[in-house]
Ligand binder design. Sequence first.
Ligand SMILES: Nc1ncnc2c1ncn2[C@@H]1O[C@H](COP(=O)(O)OP(=O)(O)OP(=O)(O)O)[C@@H](O)[C@H]1O
Length: 355
Amino acid sequence: MISLSRINVTFNTGSRTVVAARDIDLRVDEGDVFGIVGYSGAGKSTLVRVMNLLQRPSSGDVVVNGQKLLELKPKELRSARKKIGMIFQHFNLMKSRTVYDNVLYPLKSSRMPKADKDRKVRELLELVGLSDKLASYPSQLSGGQKQRVAIARALANEPRILLCDEATSALDPKTTLSILDLLRDLNRKLGLTIVIITHEMQVVKEICNKVAVMEEGAIVEQGDIVSIFSEPKQPLTRDFIHTATHFGQTVEKIMSHPSLARMGDDDVLCKISYVGSRTSEAIVSDIATRFGVSANILFGNVEVLQQTPVGSLIVVLSGGRSELENALAYLRSLDVTVDRLDSPEKATLGGERIV
Ligand SMILES: Nc1ncnc2c1ncn2[C@@H]1O[C@H](COP(=O)(O)OP(=O)(O)OP(=O)(O)O)[C@@H](O)[C@H]1O
């Protein structure tokens, strides 16, 4: 649906040159909800604007809906853009027009009969749950309602793709979830392909099936959501995931208050991660009955991503040295990832890597 190849975007501002996108290859398939996550200034907005040529790349190819956008004439590009909807952080509604007129606006130049336009606007507002707000003005709406109007407006020309530029960043957590629910519904009901850029992995976790992580204009890691969450390769990706799952704060708390872990000299503090049907109880009871190793669970978290459970536990394992080694070897044989969180000098046991 969207294919970006070797995309570079360079801005020259006086004596300064900023590379906002460097050598980016990215593919979004039909029906994907594709997240692009990165901190401020990573180049996310630039990249998403390349997808509808609001930003022309300095080099590279942009293919959307099977069309090479860079080869289109202005009129062809305008009509290609109608099939790519876009919503923004600050909604960009016209303040002096009613909700109804805001949604009608993109249909102004269409040859559709007036009665059909009217039906279309009413249908769209029903789809986003705002049938009772036709005559309201944007200033009379909450942030979530404004974003719903913006979504209805973006769908007026029946696009196959919706680009969302930090669409939930100005909303509170509950409203964010309701907008994400709406986007998920639209993806399923209309087969809409969605690209979401955000600085919150929480958003990605809620609805995306794929994610790309950006830093300094480059994509440092991308893949399907379950693989990225269960086996992040890059420190930046781990950082984002740990923030979304509260894992980072928990480890920090334990490290700065060692009494929380109540560890003996030979005890092992580790993170156990698993994907799929394994459960934390099974893992903990297994190592207790097989090896006499007890596990004191300090923190547990399960995410269900695309119907797949991805769990992680922070535990203190206690037992004899050889029992601990056997228990860790057993866990690894189950395809469970074990990361030592305690001091590096203790981390030789079993040879696990340290996060
Ligand atoms: N029109 C422009 N002229 C000059 N520099 C620009 C322009 N647009 C973006 N940049 C620079 O390109 C880099 C990437 O910006 P971009 O807005 O794409 O990042 P972002 O990840 O979307 O950040 P944010 O979440 O803060 O919007 C930044 O260093 C920014 O200052």
